[in-house]
Design a protein around this ligand. Structure first.
Ligand SMILES: N[C@@H](CCC(=O)N[C@@H](CS)C(=O)NCC(=O)O)C(=O)O
Length: 218
């Protein structure tokens, strides 16, 4: 059955792979599943056809036969449950990998998103220069804790899992801030994720959307 996901037609990050379709593409590549991509404009994302797939008018979405999913975490969990390679077989190890998926999305991503939203929409506000260091520190708290837990391990809990896939994509959203680089083991962890062949294929495919149509960036 053909899998179809949605991604930005106009790539706001100019193909840096920071939008959340990247994590779904990567999971599908790890699982060895071919997929099609429906590119959507910012206007189309808020129109009825897309809203019937995604109640909040966002990307990514996932379609497979009659199944329509939204939320990158739920999509990756679905892929990981149905295909080998993203969750361990052992029940306890699987539960721990799922805990890392939630940790990436619920505990680590929120302060990172809050910081990146401020850099996007608050730059010209009077409070920005005072607020940014505070937001950086909120991110540092989580990075410090994560760095301590990872230690010198390659992945968060044994072998590579969907928990690592989500955590690496979440940390990548700090690209350009210099914050991840303050924690050399986290920088190496992100680089390890980016070096995986499945990641590289996913990155090249999302970059092609931008390079095929460079004038489409916002
Ligand atoms: N929690 C959602 C967040 C989805 C999300 O924020 N998508 C962004 C792209 S990365 C988007 O569509 N932004 C455009 C908008 O919200 O209008 C998920 O993980 O899938």
């Amino acid at each position: 059955m053909t899998i179809t996901i949605t991604a930005f037609e106009s790539s706001p990050d100019r193909g840096r792979g920071l939008a959340r379709d990247m994590r779904v593409r990567w999971a599908l590549e790890e699982a060895g599943q071919p997929y099609a991509v429906r590119l959507v404009s910012f206007k189309a994302m808020k129109e009825p056809a897309h809203l019937s797939r995604h109640p909040f008018g966002q990307i990514p979405t996932y379609e497979e036969g009659d199944l329509v999913l939204f939320e990158s975490g739920a999509i990756i969990f679905h892929i990981a449950e149905r295909h080998a390679g993203l969750l361990p077989e052992n029940a306890d190890a699987r539960a721990r990998a799922i805990a890392w998926m939630f940790a990436a999305l619920n505990t680590v991503e929120p302060p990172i998103v809050e910081r990146s939203m401020a850099t996007l929409i608050e730059r010209d506000k009077s409070w920005y220069d005072e607020r940014l260091p505070m937001l950086d520190d909120h991110v540092r708290v989580r990075l410090g804790e994560l760095s301590k837990r990872l230690g010198d391990a390659d992945w968060l809990d044994g072998g590579f899992s969907a928990g690592d896939l989500l955590m690496v994509t979440v940390l990548r959203r700090l690209e350009g801030s210099g914050l991840v680089e303050e924690y050399p083991n986290l920088a190496a962890y992100v680089a390890r994720g980016e070096a995986r062949p499945a990641y590289q294929r996913a990155f090249a495919d999302q970059l092609a959307v931008f390079t095929d149509n460079p004038s489409s960036s916002r």
